[in-house]
Design a binder for this molecule. Structure first.
Ligand code: HEM
Length: 202
């Protein structure tokens, strides 16, 4: 059961991690960018933040799952460190740009605050995980990385919840506002229970 759940997580992480590639193949006005106002689209800083966010967010989601599971880690510790460095740099870039973009998010103040908080928690939990391993605290490092990846995984859960909410409420605007919170709060709670269940390294 645990293995099946992990496989499902990996498949979603790979699929949504590669999803930003649609911006290479699809004309931008037919993507999410079509929902943004001309003022935002003409804002160079926003455009840089957007592409930095989706490229590095995609990388962090695509590679992050590989870090969990002691078998691989114990066998290939150097690869674990290399993937870890790439993951951390990607999260730092993607989270800072996400926080900035959060101020311009669709849906108004409620969704803005939801995305900004998620971005801040993503940045903080990842940074704390790095500080912990640099102090030799393996268990704390693992626990904070579980929180970090739970935040990264919000990119997946958002894209699952949003169509569900839209089909229940028939209200796309309010569904978007709700999903700005629903995409990450349950993930963080799941991370909390995983950590509570496994207080030692796993
Ligand atoms: C976990 C923290 C994350 C936060 C706080 C966050 C925040 C945001 C925000 C604020 C927007 C713009 C929304 C708007 O203007 O209405 C956005 C869009 C986007 N984000 Fe993220 N994001 C996160 C993670 C990720 C990850 C890991 C990916 C990797 C796939 C990703 C991919 C995208 C894409 C592709 C868009 C454009 C919308 C679309 O095409 O569906 N995000 N994000």
């Amino acid at each position: 059961m645990k293995k099946l759940l992990f496989a499902v997580i990996c498949i979603f992480a790979l699929l949504i991690g590669a999803y930003p590639l649609i911006y290479v193949f699809v004309e931008h006005k037919y993507t999410f960018l079509g929902s943004k106002s001309p003022e935002i689209l003409h804002n160079l800083i926003w455009r840089i933040a957007f592409f930095a966010h989706i490229i590095f967010g995609g990388i962090s989601l695509f590679i992050g799952w590989r870090q969990f599971g002691s078998k691989f880690r114990n066998k290939y510790i150097r690869i674990h460190r290399s993937i870890g460095r790439l993951y951390v740099v990607s999260v730092l870039i993607s989270s800072v740009s996400a926080i900035y973009m959060g101020f311009y998010a669709n849906g108004g103040i409620v969704s803005c605050v939801g995305f900004i908080l998620l971005g801040a928690i993503w940045l903080i939990t990842t940074s704390v995980a790095v500080v912990q391993i640099s102090m030799g605290n393996v268990v704390k490092h693992q626990q904070f990385m579980i929180y970090s990846y739970a935040c990264t995984f919000a990119a997946v859960t958002l894209r699952i919840w949003l169509p569900v909410l839209k089909s229940i409420t028939h209200d796309p605007d309010n569904s978007y506002i709700i999903v700005a919170w629903l995409c990450w709060i349950p993930n963080v709670l799941v991370a909390y229970f995983i950590n509570k269940k496994n207080p030692t390294t796993h």
